[in-house]
Structure formats: structure tokens, C-alpha cells
Write a protein that binds this ligand. Structure first.
Ligand SMILES: Cc1cc2nc3c(=O)[nH]c(=O)nc-3n(C[C@H](O)[C@H](O)[C@H](O)COP(=O)(O)OP(=O)(O)OC[C@H]3O[C@@H](n4cnc5c(N)ncnc54)[C@H](O)[C@@H]3O)c2cc1C
Length: 304
């Protein structure tokens, strides 16, 4: 039986390669100074969906919400074997917190027509909240299984998953449709396929085409640039190289639930933590060791 999957993939700043310019003077992240990468656990979510499709048939649709540059991760999904890619990009979605982000992604899943399985990474390495997957499931009104380590079986309309519990694992079962968040221990993501890279390297979203036209025809009028963009977009569509670009109207979003107005999170304070201590202290697993540790933590005001 074929299964249709949607995978939520996010482009993130590479927080593993932080340089001195990574933070702005106001304490916020300087995204322009960090290379943008495929959120690592989303690669494992994609791989889980691709393996499922390879085994049972069906389709894999990759969805990302972000600026036009996020089309990079969608191209990477196509290079790895995704059947379809959709970029939700809209200025009115800027400044969305996890509540608004998950609302927009859930609306997108619904606008696609739903799926048997929706996969997400467990966590994004920039926001780090691990809230978006579970919040999407809640808004879609479907069950969720978090922390997948192994997709044990899919049979008819149910799925069995081995999930990490932090101190071990458990096997859980859920009816389809279901949303599953995937851990990096789940599998080894396949590399981008050379043939598919060759085929999809010219795949673009409309906003990228418009930017390219602007560069190529700087002296053309707005109307001429728009006409050339429309011509190129149509040519890409015919070749199957147009990455779908959706906006908030396309998914019937309630604008009060998107962007800043849909984001109740208030950032109270941003604190730069500078680690001064070098090396590490080993605490023996004894009553005395714990007593000494607590004493030290009280002395430096970490607790108490
Ligand atoms: C007040 C406030 C303002 C913010 N403004 C901005 C802003 O202007 N621009 C900005 O980029 N961020 C902004 N953020 C950060 C934004 O809220 C988070 O990046 C976003 O909600 C995802 O949360 P997370 O990174 O913790 O993802 P997690 O919950 O850790 O992600 C889990 C999984 O959900 C999926 N997922 C998460 N986000 C996306 C996405 N965008 N597309 C597809 N799949 C996704 C992925 O599969 C990911 O692995 C803001 C946050 C706050 C609190």
C-alpha cells in the first residue's frame, strides 16, 4: 500500500560554526554572518520518508517556511529523491514564534490535502525548542510520536515506531494519519544523487527567478522585468523545475495567527554566556561527591 508523506524541513544558521560576528550588538543572531544549512535532524526525517516510499510506494513532499533562500534546502530534498517541494514564503510570516510557525505549517499541510505521515526533525539547531512538530500535530488534530529512532513497521493504517525515552526506548503504535519527529540516530541520510543534482540544479522558486531577472536586466522597466520573470517561470514549469512558492493567502491563513501578531512569545532578556573555566571537574558518584558538588553550586550561586 503506497503512503504519502510530508516532511517539514528548515534552513538554519550553522550554529556549530559560530564566529565572532555571529551575534549583533543588540544580542540577536546575525544570520547573515553564519552559513545557512539543512537542519541536521530534518535530513533524518527526510530519509525516513524516502525509505518508506522506496519500500511501499507513494510520494514525499518537502515543505519549508522561510525566505526565498530557503529554497536551497528544498533543492537538496529534490536531489535526494523528494517528489515535490513547496516553499511557504511571505513577509507577513516574519517574526513568527513557534505557535505561529506551527499554525502556518499545519495550514500548509492541510492545503496540500493532508498526508498519511507528516515527518519533522525532533529539533531545529537555532530555535532549539522542539515545539514545532508537536504543535503542528495538535493543530492538525492527529496523533504524534516524538523521538523516532526506528520506523519498525507500517501496516495498513497504522505505524509502529521505536522511540527514544531518554533513558531507553519503547515501541509505540499509532493510527494514520500521524506526525512523527525524528532523531539523528534514526538512520544515515542518503547523499544527494548525482543524476538528480544534474536534473534539479536549475530548479527555482519564482522569487529567485525574479531576483535573477533583476540582475540580468538592470535597465529594464518593472513591467519588462515582470514579463521576463513570467516567461522564465513558465519555461521552468514546463520542464518540471519550478519549486512551488506559496504565500499565506494560498493556505487560507488567518493573518492574526501569523507573524508578530500571532506570536505571544516575549523575549525578556538575551544574555551572552561566556564560559571561563577550562577543562572539567570529575565528581565521584558517592554521597560525599554529591555533597561537595551541591556545596560548590551554592557557593557560586548556581543554586540556592
Ligand atoms: C519573538 C520571536 C520572533 C522570532 N522571529 C523570527 C524571525 O523573524 N525569523 C525566523 O526565522 N525565526 C524567528 N523566530 C524563531 C522562530 O520562532 C523559530 O525558528 C521557529 O518557530 C521554529 O522553532 P524552533 O527553531 O525552535 O524549531 P523546533 O521546534 O526545534 O523544530 C522542530 C522541527 O520543526 C520543523 N520546523 C521548524 N521550523 C520550520 C520551518 N520554518 N519550516 C519547516 N519546518 C520547520 C523542522 O522539522 C524542525 O526540525 C522568532 C522567535 C521568537 C520567539
Amino acid at each position: 500500500m503506497p503512503y504519502h508523506s510530508i516532511v517539514l524541513v528548515k534552513q538554519v544558521p550553522d550554529t556549530a560554526n559560530v564566529t565572532a560576528e555571529a551575534m549583533k550588538s543588540d544580542g540577536t543572531v546575525n544570520r547573515a554572518a553564519l552559513p545557512a544549512i539543512f537542519n541536521p535532524e530534518d535530513l533524518h526525517a527526510l530519509e525516513t520518508a524516502l525509505e518508506l516510499r522506496d519500500r511501499f510506494g507513494g510520494t514525499v513532499t518537502a515543505v519549508s517556511m522561510g525566505p526565498p533562500k530557503a529554497a536551497d534546502v528544498l533543492r537538496s530534498c529534490l536531489y535526494r529523491g523528494a517528489n515535490r517541494a513547496i516553499l511557504l514564503t511571505d513577509r507577513r510570516a516574519a517574526a513568527s514564534d513557534t505557535l505561529a510557525t506551527s499554525y502556518i505549517l499545519a495550514q500548509t499541510v492541510q492545503a496540500i490535502g493532508g498526508a498519511d505521515l507528516v515527518f519533522a526533525g525532533r529539533q531545529a539547531i537555532d530555535g532549539d525548542t522542539a515545539q514545532v512538530g508537536p504543535q503542528c500535530a495538535e493543530k492538525l488534530g492527529i496523533p504524534q510520536i516524538t523521538y523516532l529512532e526506528q520506523l519498525v513497521d507500517v501496516r495498513d493504517r497504522s505505524v509502529r515506531v521505536r522511540r527514544n525515552t531518554g533513558s531507553g526506548w519503547e515501541i509505540v503504535e499509532a493510527p494514520l494519519p500521524v506526525l512523527i519527529t525524528v532523531m539523528e540516530t534514526a538512520n544515515r541520510p542518503r547523499p544527494e544523487g548525482a543524476r538528480r543534482v544534474h536534473r534539479f540544479k536549475r530548479a527555482r522558486v519564482e522569487a529567485e527567478v525574479a531576483a535573477e531577472v533583476k540582475l540580468a536586466l538592470p535597465d529594464a522597466t518593472d513591467d519588462e522585468q515582470a514579463a521576463e520573470t513570467a516567461r522564465r517561470v513558465e519555461a521552468l514549469r514546463k520542464q518540471g523545475l519550478l519549486i512551488e512558492q506559496w504565500d499565506l493567502d494560498r493556505i487560507g491563513a488567518d493573518l492574526d495567527r501569523c507573524g508578530l501578531s500571532g506570536s505571544p512569545t516575549k523575549v525578556f532578556r538575551i544574555q551572552a554566556i561566556v564560559l571561563t573555566k577550562e577543562g572539567y571537574t570529575e565528581i565521584p558518584p558517592t554521597e560525599e561527591g554529591i555533597r561537595r558538588l551541591v556545596h560548590e553550586l551554592v557557593l557560586d550561586h548556581s543554586i540556592g
